[in-house]
Design a protein around this ligand. Structure first.
Ligand code: MN
Length: 231
C-alpha cells in the first residue's frame, strides 16, 4: 500500500524506543524576567564516562557553564535584557556590536544547555525513523552525513561548535566560532558538539578527532535531534 509520496507504509519503521528524557522543545528552561539559572544536567555527572569523564563534566558544567550563566546575570541586571527569555537575549544582542559580552555569555549559556541534551549515555550509532529518512534525503546516506559532521567538528579552527541544523526544512551541517550559535541566524539546531578544548582536553588532550569520533559512536542523542526537527 502506498500513499501519494510513493513511500510504502510498511517501510516506515517505527522510531527507536525513546531512551532519553529530553524535552520536546529547544526552549531554554528560563522564565523571562527571572535570573537565569544553570539548568540541571539531564544525567549523572559520571553517566557519560568513559567517553567524557566525571572530571571533564565537573569542570565543563560546574565551572565553565556556570560561569557563563553567572556572568550573563551580572551583565543583564537592570537592563532590558533582564526581561527577555534567553533566546531573545541572544538574538537581540547579536544585532548590537557593543553587546558582544552579553551575546557571548548568553549564547554560551544556551549552547551548553543544548550540548548536554545532545548527548545521552544510550546515544551514538545511527538514528532511526524520520530523522534517518531526512538524512538520506538531504545527505544521500548516513555515512556521508556523519563524515560531513566530523569534518565540521575537526575543521573548526580554534574554539567553537559543530552543529546539525534545520535550515528552512533542509538539514545542514555547520560549524560556528567561539560562542556563535545557529539560533542567532534563524536556524533550528538539532544537535551540537562542543569543540572548545575544555570539552575534551582532560580526556583526549589534543586529539579532537578521537573525541568527535567517539561522540558519534557513543553519545550522539539522535532522539533529541529528531524531536528538535519535529519542533
Ligand atoms: Mn564548552
Amino acid at each position: 500500500m502506498s500513499d501519494h509520496t510513493g513511500i510504502r507504509e510498511q517501510q516506515q519503521q517505527p522510531d527507536r524506543a525513546r531512551k532519553s528524557r529530553a524535552p520536546a522543545k529547544t526552549t531554554f528552561p528560563m522564565k523571562a524576567g527571572a535570573p537565569i539559572t544553570l539548568p540541571e544536567l539531564p544525567y549523572a555527572m559520571d553517566a557519560l564516562a568513559p567517553v567524557i569523564s566525571r572530571g571533564t563534566m565537573g569542570y565543563h558544567y560546574g565551572k565553565h557553564h556556570k560561569a557563563y550563566v553567572d556572568k550573563l546575570n551580572g551583565l543583564i541586571e537592570k537592563t532590558p535584557y533582564a526581561e527577555m527569555p534567553l533566546e531573545k537575549i541572544i538574538q537581540s544582542a547579536a544585532k548590537d556590536a557593543s553587546k558582544s559580552a552579553v551575546f557571548n555569555n548568553a549564547a554560551q549559556a544556551w549552547n551548553h544547555w543544548f550540548y548536554w541534551l545532545s548527548m545521552s549515555p544510550d546515544g551514538g550509532g545511527k538514528p532511526g525513523g524520520r530523522l534517518a529518512r531526512k538524512i538520506e534525503e538531504d545527505f544521500g546516506d548516513f555515512d556521508s552525513f556523519a563524515n560531513e559532521l566530523k569534518q565540521a567538528a575537526m575543521g573548526q579552527f580554534g574554539s567553537g561548535w559543530a552543529w546539525v541544523v534545520d535550515d528552512k526544512g533542509r538539514l545542514k551541517v555547520l560549524k560556528t566560532a567561539n560562542a556563535d550559535t545557529p539560533i542567532a541566524h534563524g536556524m533550528t539546531p538539532l544537535l551540537a558538539i562542543d569543540v572548545w578544548e575544555h570539552a575534551y582536553y582532560l580526556d583526549y588532550q589534543n586529539r579532537r578527532p578521537d573525541f568527535v569520533q567517539t561522540f558519534l559512536e557513543k553519545l550522539a542523542n539522535w532522539d533529541f535531534a529528531q524531536k528538535n526537527m519535529e519542533g
